[in-house]
Design a protein. Structure first.
Lengths: 536, 306
């Protein structure tokens, strides 16, 4: 065992032991309201309430209340014990989780290591058809092969060593395993319930979960109500007795419901109203940057974008400060890097020209275009999915290119599904894109620009950088790994496969009597367990 | 009359069939499929998803399977709402749309016809100008403007009513959406009623009735109203359908779990079965309402015989 590995294992153990501040941290002197009910807007109707199938942010938000993995994320984004009370990395590719013996399903059945084995096998089984099967499966031994149907689910690297000890074997050394298993996709599933009800097991009255809340009511496109789960191992520290999720897609309707007092929590503010509401509700408007990136893809295989000088020139002249302050104007920080601040496993690598004065950038960009033989008046087509937000950004970019370089950007708006297909097929020149981290590690962002990655829609491939990433992910030394992944990220970004624009942030209105929201949770993985209602 | 009704019902079958077929082909010809998303799923997962929804079969086989299910009353499984069948979704959304749309329709007819009559009988009076103004406002101001204005006034300002949402047919949640749809429908009905009654009041048989010395009330109610209602009845069919289904905006503005929301989400997410199910439902509603309108013609106009 190399010395750096000992360090990781020790750190993990310490984390497990010290991470015992489990539930909502209520400041001393806070008086709780007699009625602990919370109504939150949740964006849209979840596509499924099956933890293995849930894909979107709204669905996973509810999953974190109804289910709990080996670990969980607290309000500040820190990984804390969930069903597992401690864990350690016994060798570079093996993690052992000790489950607490008092963890129970909502029907009172104890949770054992076998329930995790069943849940994880079911999750990667192609029969379940989980959209995340390959995304998370790739980290488990044989996980990708199982997800691809090349090996049976029983081959996935997860084993019950005894009733309360679970072993997870990984493909490469995975330092962020404790963070990864906070995802409820990798959580326990009550086998008897799934076998009894089949697809109907997720309905109220049937569902057996293990989160701090249980499903009480589900009216499609109207409301989902969850209530405190008395069987939950940490129920004594759960304040809320009832949480109502409302699937409100219209962002203006969302704000109006909040203003009229129907809801306590706005899912996300629409563009263009940030300043107005900031002035009106300075205390209630909360905004936090999250680890996600808004970016534009170059179709690098298209002859017009084959030349890196063209891609670089176009990226250089977009003034991200104006974009962030005046165009999107909702507190999204400008970005000049693939890796955004807050991501673990690699450092941001902003371009050195990011701090140049604009005149210098424009002069350099003009020179690059001239060298590449691109003349003013050249036209490119930009594809985006119809949305006021994306349109605003596109209009700004088009004007930047037109006024500074004489380049003409023609825009075509389309439905999201059409854009998604075009991007994956490479049937575009420039396309809007965005990515929210699936887990907090640099590899989730690198997947957007790696060779042979399903998520790479710019078709860029740098074999040398790929080798660095391979070397990094196989290393069990976190410092070396971070250095290699940072270097790879810089190398790829110097090839300009994408134009980073702004980092995502989540501006939302939250009633001042809602406690437990920290603005420090980089993935917006809040659990209702950590919220409470202050006397008002 | 009965033979006519039966004939109409029978002739509706090919109509419905053609609508389904055309819609089926159009849906499948639309670029982008139900499983296209930011995150590209692996080939094996995609294959399983496609097998689950029979998308791995040739299009004609999928179509026949769909028709077979349809004949048994099974609208299939939804793509967008993976845990629900289309039957479940429609069964939950239809009562919401029917109650909002139906109540709005009834109110619009009563208010629209009454205002139209008053305006026609007192041409160029204050009430006439009011009806015309209402007609213009209702037609010119889109519901996505009028709706939020109503919310700002009645929900946020006066705090009389909730800004939206749905609580098991609780009346206070239904008032604003019904009011919005009613204002829009009253605008159309009122204007049509006014124009039509003015025209009828100038016709020969009304002059005769007046010459007989009948009071205006009798002239209007017994003689003029029925023929004047004909154009109103003509617009009722499309209005009723739009109150139930094209209330997309109303449902979005007030966050109602009705059919409109399903249509929007179904189409945007390439939920083939959900969209087709709703098309079948809307086609049946349209055919039925058109039949009712035609039967109402016969009742209103003795010259029309089936």
């Amino acid at each position: 065992m190399p010395s750096h590995f000992k360090l990781t294992a020790a750190a993990a153990l310490i984390l497990a032991i010290t991470g015992t501040s489990l539930a909502a941290v209520i400041p001393p002197g806070t008086q709780l309201h007699p009625s602990q009910t919370f109504v939150r807007s949740n964006g849209s109707e979840p596509e499924s309430m099956d933890p293995a199938v849930a894909e979107t942010v709204p669905a996973n938000q509810i999953m974190r209340d109804l289910f709990e993995g080996l670990t969980a994320t607290d309000t500040t984004g820190k990984t804390v014990p969930g069903v597992a009370e401690s864990w350690k990395q016994t060798n570079p590719t093996t993690w052992v989780f000790k489950l607490r013996t008092n963890a129970k399903f909502s029907n009172g059945d104890p949770i054992t290591a076998e329930d995790f084995v069943y849940g994880i096998r079911r999750f990667v089984d192609p029969k379940t058809a989980s959209p995340y099967a390959a995304t998370f499966g790739v980290f488990l031994l044989n996980g990708l092969e199982v997800a691809q149907g090349k090996k049976p689910p029983s081959e996935v690297g997860v084993k019950a060593l005894d009733k309360y000890t679970l072993e997870i074997k990984t493909q490469d050394p995975i330092a962020f395993m404790p963070e990864l298993v906070a995802n409820t996709q990798l959580g326990p599933v009550h086998k008897a319930t799934v076998e009894k009800w089949g697809k109907e097991w997720v309905k109220p009255g049937h569902m057996v979960g293990n989160g701090a809340f249980v499903l009480k009511d589900w009216q499609v496109n109207n409301r989902i109500v969850v209530e405190k789960n008395p069987q939950y191992w940490d129920a004594a520290n759960v304040q809320l007795t009832k949480v109502t999720y409302l699937p409100i897609e219209d962002q203006f309707a969302d704000i109006k419901l909040w203003e009229s007092g129907e809801t306590d929590y706005v899912y996300q503010m629409p563009p263009g109203v940030f300043d107005k509401y900031k002035a009106q509700y300075p205390k209630e408007l909360r905004n936090q940057a999250i680890i996600g990136l808004r970016y534009y893809d170059f179709q690098t295989k298209d002859p017009v974008f084959k030349d890196v000088r063209v891609r670089k020139a176009l990226s250089m002249v977009i003034d991200r400060d104006i974009l962030s302050k005046r165009v999107t104007a909702d507190g999204q920080p400008p970005s000049y890097s693939l890796i955004v601040p807050g991501v673990v496993g690699a450092d941001p690598t902003p371009y050195e020209w990011a701090t140049w004065p604009m005149d210098k950038k424009v002069a350099e960009a003009k020179k690059l275009l001239e060298q590449a033989g691109v003349k003013p008046g050249t036209k490119y087509t930009f594809s985006y999915n119809t949305s006021e937000y994306h349109k605003k950004m596109a209009v700004f970019v088009a004007s930047e290119w037109k006024t500074k370089l004489g380049i003409i950007m023609e825009t075509e708006a389309m439905e999201f599904k059409v854009l998604a297909k075009k991007r994956h097929d490479g049937a575009f020149q420039l396309a809007r894109n965005g990515w929210l981290a699936d887990y907090n590690d640099a590899t989730t962002f690198l997947a957007l620009v790696r060779c042979d990655s399903d998520q790479n829609t710019n078709f860029y491939c740098d074999r040398e950088a790929e080798a660095l990433i391979q070397k990094g992910t196989q290393s069990s030394d976190p410092i070396k790994r971070k250095a290699l992944l940072t270097e790879a990220s810089k190398k790829i970004m110097d090839g300009y496969p994408i134009i980073p624009m702004v980092q995502y942030s989540l501006p939302r209105l939250i009633k001042s009597y809602v406690g437990g929201y920290s603005e420090l949770n980089p993935q917006d993985h809040y659990r209702s367990k950590d919220f409470y209602i202050i006397k008002h | 009359m009965w033979a006519y009704t039966l004939r109409r019902i029978l002739s509706a079958i090919p109509t419905v069939f053609v609508v389904i077929t055309v819609c089926y082909l159009l849906l499948h010809a639309t670029p982008g499929g139900p499983f296209d998303s930011d995150r590209k799923v692996s080939e094996a997962v995609l294959a399983n998803l496609q097998a689950k929804y029979h998308l791995d079969l040739p299009l004609w086989q999928q179509y026949l399977l769909y028709l077979k299910g349809l004949l048994q009353g099974d609208l299939g499984a939804s793509f967008r709402y993976a845990d629900w069948s289309v039957n479940d979704l429609v069964a939950k959304a239809l009562p919401v749309s029917l109650s909002i749309g139906g109540a709005a329709m009834l109110l619009s007819i009563v208010i629209g016809v009454s205002l139209g009559i008053m305006a026609a009988l007192r041409q160029n009076s204050v009430i006439d100008h009011f009806v015309m103004l209402l007609g213009n406002v209702g037609s010119a101001v889109p519901s996505f403007v009028l709706g939020p204005v109503m919310i700002i006034v009645f929900a946020i300002g006066l705090q009389w009513l909730p800004a939206g949402g749905w609580h098991d047919f609780e009346v206070r949640f239904m008032i604003l959406p019904i009011a919005l749809l009613t204002v829009i429908n009253v605008a159309t009905i009122g204007r049509v009623m006014r124009g039509s009654l003015i025209e009828v009041m100038h016709s020969g048989f009304i002059r005769t009735a007046r010459a007989k010395g009948l009071p205006t009330r009798i002239v209007v109610l017994r003689h003029a109203l029925k023929p004047a209602l004909l154009p109103v009845v003509s617009v009722l069919g499309p209005l009723a359908i739009s109150s139930i289904t094209a209330a997309l905006v109303t449902e979005t503005v007030f966050s109602l779990p009705g059919l409109g929301k399903l249509i929007v989400n179904g189409a945007g997410n390439r939920d083939y079965t959900l969209v087709l199910g709703l098309v079948v439902l809307i086609t049946l509603l349209t055919v039925t309402l058109n039949l009712l309108v035609d039967l109402a013609y016969a009742w209103l106009d003795p010259k029309i015989r089936y």
